[in-house]
Design a protein around this ligand. Sequence first.
Ligand code: NAD
Length: 348
Amino acid sequence: MELFKVLKKMGHEEVVFRNDLSSGLRSIIAIHSTVLGPALGGVRMWKYNSEEEALRDVLCLSRGMTYKNAAMGLNLGGGKAVIIGDPHKDKSEELFRAFGKFVESLGGRYITAEDVGTCKEDMNYISQETSYVTGLEGKSGDPSPITAYGVFLGIKACIEWVFGSDDLKEKTVAVQGLGHVGMELARLLYEAGASLIVADIYPERVKKLQRKFPEVQAVEPEKIYGVWCDIFSPCALGAVVNENTVEQLKCKIVAGSANNQLEDDALAERLSQRGILYAPDYIINGGGVINIAEELTGLPYNRERVLSKLSVIPMRLKEVFHLSLSENITTVKAAEIITSKRFKVRGN
Ligand code: NAD
């Protein structure tokens, strides 16, 4: 990879590598932008197949955080870190304390948090070496219920745009994935009167929901794309809207919590041609980052205040839908234009 060419194209400010011989830490921190404030983004620990794969991941994820934080109206930039290693085998106190020192060495330009492969315990070790860590035990806690509520508000904004009313009664939502976010989202939707069709690769998760709400229908995971519904809500993995699935969709709206739902941005055009409204993922799933950012205000954590801040999600989505309609561009493009206004500087 010609790193500086890539950094110029993607607009990164700084990429830092740490090779700590004593703990075995191999980590990369990518700071995409500090225009709006310190770069906030989690640390991912993953068994990457190559160093290049780890580098590409941290570059893409950190850029995504700039957009997410800017879209949520936060005065925070975007960054991310990766630790190369197997989270099931390679974790130790020494490793995470070495990572904490790495974060500290950046003097607050990067603030870390949990991500795939890291957990509360790891954050506690990191916090022994740096104060630039958030999402700690006893503070803002698990962001998933807040993320789910943000997605719920986002879905209401979508149906209002498409159907003229935000009433979920007589609407059918297909929820893919009943994990931390999907399960709570399903509850909120059900209690608001929506009919649900759900799928999860773990049948016990489906049964758990059906025990509570017996009317909920379930389908096999690969069938969820083709069910008749008003809203398809991906709450499992990324890249679920792809060449194999895009033509199967029978919904009017795609709106869910999963990161990177479109396998590539060109699929936004295909959805639009098929008359399907797409809610850009980094806007609709931004509740989690609002929750975490609350810790950085220095005020005692207040759930009601966080919930009230989620109104930015439907508001931002409506701005995006208006721009997309008036300029005849996809919602992905419209979201990029609206969001990047907050952090664009000359030259990027
Ligand atoms: P999770 O791991 O708790 O839940 C994911 C669920 O999806 C699991 O129940 C899993 O069994 C299921 N699943 C996996 N593959 C599937 C498939 N092919 N078909 C159907 N179900 C499948 O994760 P989560 O925390 O609920 O997050 C869900 C998504 O939302 C992820 O993409 C995550 O990156 C994104 N997200 C989460 C948060 C948050 O606050 N947790 C914030 C922003 C974005």
